[in-house]
Design a protein around this ligand. Structure first.
Ligand code: 2RA
Length: 344
């Protein structure tokens, strides 16, 4: 069977990765529609030997579409219902529907059983949540997790193509002695912007009344929903770092029972989509430069937390655009195809 696919946000970093992965994974598509904002309409995209013209997304863009891959952003709220009404299943990378009780929030390796409950929309979790859960889920199956403390080191790709270009431009300006400008990070719509090159910015998304950012609360709330465990205690600090496209995370985990480093390594290595890269004697550990462009989330620096009973520390890295967004969404579609869950 082949499926008619629409990509909403085809010209962005995640949209481009959808196309890379569709080709790389031989995704069974028949028709392919490239949808974007009015600003991008008319652009040409060469893909698998064919030229596509980007169309402006309208409520009528989804006639005959089986699978609508939404790259993220505000358009999701506007076009999810028209797409579902037209008969498409929407896999949405934006945060619009993630906490909606009617919408499954899915990491296919972690909670695939949630997919069947969908009512037309399936939400892709936030990239930093996906990457963390690829390390947490295999450990959760060894011993129930009571508490997670995570600090993230998030690539500029999370801010989109513009943020990646801004990092590159700032480094170039610094190296060439030119004045540095900042207009994108920590967020284009925010009133203040700061240099990211050779700097760290402790803000991703807007601040809430509880002094956490939306990004930090996404990690807290999404983890509870995906693990279906309202009791798990999570606290997060999310930081923007001058790295191109892999997020890195330092995670402290408290379990109900003692989990040895060996048991943790074994469980993670057996978990599809996660690999252990953890050999201190050989200075081997995950680094964002080397997980970029790869599917797997790498986990290392696994060690006991001596300050707390039944606790471990670990370090994990994963490509934010790939497993953190486009790959996870496409794997949801693949799972649905494998289990004949998509009406043709
Ligand atoms: C970020 N997780 O890293 C957010 C959205 N991609 O900016």
């Amino acid at each position: 069977k082949k499926y008619n696919v629409a990509i909403l946000g085809a010209t962005g970093a995640v949209g481009q990765e959808f196309l890379n992965l569709i080709e790389e994974r031989n995704f069974p598509f028949a028709d392919l529609k490239m949808l974007a904002s009015k600003r991008s309409a008319g652009k040409k995209i060469q893909f698998m030997g064919k030229e596509y013209t980007v169309e402006e997304t309208t409520e009528n863009s989804f006639e005959g579409v089986d699978i609508a891959l939404f790259a993220g952003g505000g358009a999701s709220k506007v076009f999810a219902k028209p797409a579902v009404d037209a008969g498409a299943v929407v896999i949405d990378n934006s945060s619009a529907f993630r906490m909606d009780p009617e919408v499954p929030l899915v990491v296919p390796e972690v909670n695939p059983e949630a997919i069947a409950k969908h009512k037309g929309i399936i939400a892709n979790p936030n990239c930093s949540t996906i990457i963390m859960l690829m390390a947490l889920k295999p450990l959760y199956d060894v011993s129930k997790i009571k508490r997670v403390v995570v600090s993230t080191y998030q690539a500029v790709s999370g801010g989109g193509k513009e943020a990646m270009a801004e990092l590159e431009q700032q480094v170039d300006d610094i190296v060439n002695g030119r004045e540095v400008t900042a207009n994108i990070l920590p967020g284009a719509a925010l009133k203040k912007h700061y240099q990211i090159a050779f700097n760290l910015i402790p803000q991703i998304d807007v601040f809430q009344d509880n002094l956490y950012t939306k990004e930090e609360m996404k990690m807290v709330n999404e983890t509870k929903k995906i693990l279906d465990d309202p009791d798990i205690r999570v606290t997060a600090t999310t930081i923007r770092v001058p790295v191109y496209r892999s997020h890195a995370e330092s995670v402290n985990i408290e379990f109900e029972d003692e989990v040895s480093v060996e048991a943790a390594r074994k469980a993670i290595d057996a978990f599809p989509g996660a690999v252990v890269n953890d050999n201190p004697d050989e200075q081997e550990y995950p680094m964002p430069l080397f997980t970029s462009g790869k599917d797997d989330v790498e986990v290392g620096r696994i060690r006991k937390d001596f300050s707390c009973d039944n606790a471990l520390n670990l370090w994990c890295c994963g490509d934010q655009i790939r497993k953190g967004a486009a790959l996870n969404a496409l794997q949801i579609a693949e799972y649905m195809i494998e289990h004949d869950m998509i009406k043709k």
